[in-house]
Design a protein around this ligand. Structure first.
Ligand SMILES: [Zn+2]
Length: 110
């Protein structure tokens, strides 16, 4: 099982916001009815997280009309143990740059 973030954008106007919210609520899907919207902060997107096996399975949670614009991101958690080891190896880089480590340096918690 993996966790995915589903991001669904819509146009930045009141009509589009209302239509997006209505579509989400009318699905009756627990995932969809519990989505978070960024409209009140000027970010016209809805986000939900789901625990499913594949990216395709995550996408299928959405009604077909919303799928083409959706973005699906597989989420991972990292342990402080792992971050602590990284910071000991690269203390200056981590403190000065505050950059997210490049892919391959960290492995997600299994
Ligand atoms: Zn909106």
């Amino acid at each position: 099982m993996a966790r995915f973030l589903i991001e669904v954008p819509h146009e930045a106007n009141d009509v589009a916001c209302g239509q997006a919210v209505e579509i989400f609520l009318r699905t009756g899907s627990h995932f969809m009815t519990h989505a978070d919207f960024g409209c009140a902060d000027g970010e016209h997107k809805a986000w939900l997280t789901v625990d499913v096996e594949t990216r395709q399975e995550a996408l299928r949670i959405l009604p077909p009309a919303l799928r083409p614009r959706a973005r699906i991101v597989r989420l991972s958690k990292f342990s402080m143990t792992h971050f602590g080891a990284m910071l000991r190896e690269h203390p200056q880089g981590a403190a000065e740059n505050r950059r997210i480590p490049r892919r391959g340096i960290l492995a997600p918690v299994q």
